[in-house]
Structure formats: structure tokens, C-alpha cells
Design a binder for this molecule. Structure first.
Ligand code: ADP
Ligand code: ZN
Length: 225
């Protein structure tokens, strides 16, 4: 049976919200809609939307609302009426939040909760700056500066490791600034409606997931799954 929770997940870049979204999706049996993944999929397919979006993504800037809203709400519209979902990376502006609100009202299926995964800024810079991906097997790696070799190699397949354009130091600062400026007002939008819950994103992945399950009120026996 699929879960029916309707959740939006928030957190600065590097907070690990994608990882938590994946775990929650599996545990609670929800659809997972990630705006970043949708854009990367479009880019991989070579669509015009993907090409246009990548110009902003590579610089760490938000893709304009006009390109984002239709794409994500199209995915939501494709879900079954009773299907629960996790939105990951959307809404990221006040305008996106309002468009989502309207679309869900039309379906009589308002959001149940907005969950913020928070991580101190110094920790974000450290995490993102050390994130490398294998060109061959795509495995993510976290490298400390002392481990940098040129070029760094994958532990699994010794493929060459590279950094996503938007994980380079200058783009990281832009992304964190954009989050603070444009996405913080979205948190207020949900706080005003009494829907916002916050957990710390520092610690082990499973530990953070347990915090999420707890604030969602799903950790009493018999309610999970
Ligand atoms: P992160 O959370 O690490 O920044 P994402 O995969 O969520 O990574 O997003 C990558 C990029 O895709 C963002 O930096 C932005 O350019 C674009 N993007 C994703 N979601 C949105 C959105 N809702 N609105 C505008 N741009 C977005
Ligand atoms: Zn590899």
C-alpha cells in the first residue's frame, strides 16, 4: 500500500536532504519528486528545458520560476489522487510556494508538513567542497583537502573523480547565499501556516532519519510503513 503523507523537504545545499528524501520515500512508500533530479534528467536527454536550466545551475543560481513551476507541478498532477509524495528541492521561492499551494488546493490535497533539515554554514562549505563524483561509476566521494591528488581517483574502480560545476568553491558560496535570500522566505510561508518542523542534519544518516520519523509523528509502533 502506498503512503499518503504529503511532505516538502527543505535544507541548504549540502544538508543531505536528497539522502533523507530517498530513505523516507522507501520507508513511507511515497513518490519522490526532486526538482534537481528532474533538471539533470532533462539535461541528460538533451531537451531545451535541460539546456536552459543548466546555464543557471552551473552558476549556482536558481532556475527561473517559469521553467521550474510547470515541470514540477506537471509531475504532481501525474500522481494518483491518493498518492503521498515528498517534494525535494521545490518550492524554493515564494512564488513557487504559492503556485504549489494553489495547485494542491485544487486537488483538495494540501501539504501535511514542511520539514527543514538544518546544518551550520561552515559544515556545508566543508561537505560540498569535498564532494567528488566518479566519471566512470558515478559513486560520490568525500575528500578532505589532504587527500587531494591530481587527478583524484575512485576507490572502487579507480576512475577519475571530478567536481560538479556547482560544487566548486565560488558556486558553493553563491548557492548558500541564494538559499538564505530566496528560500528563507519560503520557510516563513510554511511557518506562518503552522506546517514547519525542523531537525538537525548533523550526525549519522540513520540518526537524522530517525529524527525525521519522530517529528513526522510516525515512530509509534504500528504506524510506520
Ligand atoms: P542542491 O540542493 O544541492 O542545490 P539540487 O539538486 O536540489 O541541489 O539543485 C541543483 C540546482 O538545480 C540548483 O542549484 C538550481 O539551479 C536548480 N534547481 C533545483 N530546484 C530548483 C527550484 N525549485 N527552483 C529553481 N532552481 C532549482
Ligand atoms: Zn568509480
Amino acid at each position: 500500500m502506498s503512503g499518503s503523507l504529503r511532505l516538502a523537504l527543505f535544507g541548504p545545499p549540502g544538508a543531505g536532504k536528497g539522502t533523507q528524501a530517498q530513505l523516507l520515500k522507501d520507508k513511507l512508500n511515497l513518490a519522490h519528486i526532486s526538482s534537481g533530479d528532474l533538471f539533470r534528467h532533462h539535461l541528460g536527454e538533451g531537451t531545451e528545458l535541460g539546456t536552459r536550466a543548466s546555464e543557471f545551475m552551473n552558476k549556482g543560481l536558481l532556475v527561473p520560476d517559469g521553467l521550474v513551476i510547470g515541470m514540477v507541478l506537471g509531475e504532481v498532477a501525474g500522481l494518483g489522487q491518493d498518492s503521498g509524495f515528498i517534494l525535494d528541492g521545490f518550492p524554493r521561492t515564494r512564488e513557487q510556494a504559492e503556485a504549489l499551494d494553489t495547485a494542491l488546493k485544487v486537488r483538495s490535497q494540501p501539504l501535511d508538513l514542511a520539514l527543514l533539515v538544518s546544518v551550520p554554514e561552515a559544515e556545508l562549505v566543508r561537505r560540498l567542497g569535498g564532494r567528488f563524483i566518479c566519471r566512470e561509476c558515478q559513486a560520490p566521494h568525500n575528500l578532505e583537502e589532504s587527500q587531494f591528488t591530481s587527478p583524484p581517483r575512485c576507490e572502487r574502480c579507480s576512475g577519475e573523480l571530478y567536481q560538479r560545476d556547482d560544487d566548486r568553491p565560488d558556486a558553493i558560496q553563491v548557492r548558500i547565499g541564494v538559499y538564505q535570500k530566496q528560500t528563507a522566505p519560503v520557510l516563513d510561508f510554511y511557518r506562518e501556516r503552522g506546517l514547519l518542523k525542523e531537525i538537525s542534519g548533523v550526525g549519522a544518516v540513520e540518526e537524522i532519519n530517525a529524527r525525521a520519523i519522530t517529528v513526522l509523528g510516525l515512530d509509534s509502533p504500528g504506524q510506520v510503513g
